[in-house]
Design a protein around this ligand. Structure first.
Ligand code: B12
Ligand code: SF4
Ligand code: SF4
Length: 377
């Protein structure tokens, strides 16, 4: 088979099925990434969401016998919602980051990768293929960088010349020896806008993140949010886009190329108070189709409480008192105690004092103390 011709056919087909950018690289080990991953691990800068086996992460041949090359794909997602909804006093709203707008991107990219696989098999039935998006062993960014999809920005994101950094990434490892594409030149230059814009100082230096300080990570944890980050989270109920919105390359970038990625504003920018009262079933029905729901209801509820505290929304006080009294989760109860103190007022104070007498959980007791301390300052 003429592999070069096949590559061209595959590129043409990828455009037909709504893949916005495709690139090819070899299946050679990712040696630079390996030392980077070891360093990040030593420094304690990893999130824990990464595949723990570093050798697997950097050695495509360990994932597919006879691996020769990797096909990297990128799909652009919107940066602005078509239908805007306002956050108003008494009806405050939280925000999901852009990577959680519309249908969960894992489904969207998986569907495109399946189509690509079918196309390859139709021409080359003996081909070996292994595809992945986000949850696979490989670093999707390192693959995309080497395949010429975009450069690796100081904000850590892969930045394409066409769609900025608002792209999802996925790949197929294959035994077909496709001719590799060339990486594109780093275009960050002397700019440091993303590093300066990061609210928590998570970008230690260009291209290096301490994931444990990253708001995107923090909003996805299940524990109490450490004190120093609570005010910085603001109204983000899932993820963070600050190091991307600050990037000059993303200025004016707003692609609406895929119907499934269109945000329902009532989901992507939801009213906060109703989130506090959702049953598991209601949560699934409302948020189950977006990527930001992958950790379940509790982290989103905790983040919604932090967002209500950020707005000092007095109309949320009755719901927060109810949580303090009746919620089984100590993380949710504790966050509510802190939020009541931050919002303030007589009713909140009375509830905190009462809870101080009754609360048995030591972590929640500490949060009640923090809540009460707001009244002493
Ligand atoms: C764990 C993870 C996270 C963690 C850690 C993020 C991080 N920067 O490492 C948390 C939860 C914080 C996170 C947040 C986000 N994530 Co995330 N995440 C992942 C995941 C699962 C693994 C990433 C990983 O291995 N990181 C370890 C670091 C060390 O490696 P890397 O970033 O993958 O690779 C780069 C570095 O190694 C660097 N590098 C290598 N050697 C060296 C040497 C030097 C000197 C330097 C400077 C750099 C360098 O170059 C590589 C290529 O860019 C990937 C999916 C996947 N399987 O790859 C998605 C992924 C990276 N996430 C993605 C997205 C969209 C996000 C968010 C934008 C979501 C949001 N809006 O909240 C934020 C962005 C935060 C940020 N600034 O990075 C996309 C990125 C798309 C893109 N255009 O780049 C991915 C690829 C998912 C996908 N399939 O689309 N994420
Ligand atoms: S996603 Fe937010 S917190 Fe994380 S590095 Fe970017 S700006 Fe900082
Ligand atoms: S803000 Fe500047 S330094 Fe950061 S990724 Fe964008 S161009 Fe690069």
């Amino acid at each position: 088979m003429d592999i070069q011709k096949f590559k061209k056919e595959l590129i043409a087909y990828s455009t037909e099925i709504g893949i916005d950018k495709i690139g090819f690289t070899t299946a050679a080990p990712f040696t630079k990434l390996k030392s980077r991953l070891i360093k990040q691990q030593e420094l304690g800068y990893q999130s824990g969401f990464e595949e723990p086996d570093i050798d697997k992460r950097v050695t495509p041949a360990m994932l597919l016998e006879g691996a020769q090359s990797i096909i990297s794909i990128a799909l652009a997602y919107p940066a602005k919602m078509n239908d805007r909804v306002e956050s108003k006093k008494g009806d405050r709203r939280g925000i999901f980051s852009r990577a959680s707008w519309g249908l969960d991107y894992h489904h969207i990219l998986r569907e495109r990768l399946n189509k690509l696989e079918k196309f390859i098999f139709s021409k080359l039935p003996e081909a070996k293929l292994k595809s992945m998006v986000d949850t696979g062993e490989l670093s999707d960014r390192a693959v995309a960088e080497r395949a010429g999809i975009g450069w690796s920005g100081k904000n850590c994101s892969i930045i394409t010349s066409e769609f900025g950094s608002y792209v999802y990434l996925g790949e197929i490892i294959t035994n077909i020896p496709f001719e590799p594409d060339l990486p594109i030149e780093d275009q960050c230059g002397s700019c440091t806008k993303c590093i300066d814009a990061c609210p928590t100082g998570a970008l230690i230096q260009g291209g290096q993140i301490n994931a444990n300080r990253c708001i995107s990570f923090l909003t996805q944890t299940k524990e109490l949010i450490p004190d120093e980050f609570r005010d910085k989270i603001g109204n983000r109920v899932y993820g963070c886009d600050s190091c991307q919105t600050a990037c000059p390359v993303n200025k004016g970038v707003n692609f609406h190329l895929h119907e499934e990625m269109e945000a329902d504003p009532e989901v992507a920018k939801p009213l906060l108070k109703p989130i506090l009262k959702l049953s598991n079933r209601e949560f699934k029905k409302r948020f189950g189709s977006v990527s930001g729901a992958w950790r379940g209801k509790k982290p989103i509820q905790r983040n919604a409480i932090i967002a209500l505290a950020h707005f000092k929304d007095e109309s949320a006080v009755p719901d927060l008192i109810d949580i303090l009294k009746n919620e089984p989760s100590s993380v949710t109860r504790g966050t509510a105690a802190w939020a009541l103190g931050k919002i303030g007022g007589e009713a909140a104070l009375r509830a905190l004092k009462k809870a101080k007498e009754l609360e048995k959980d030591i972590d929640v007791q500490k949060e009640i103390e923090k809540g009460l301390n707001f009244y002493n300052n």
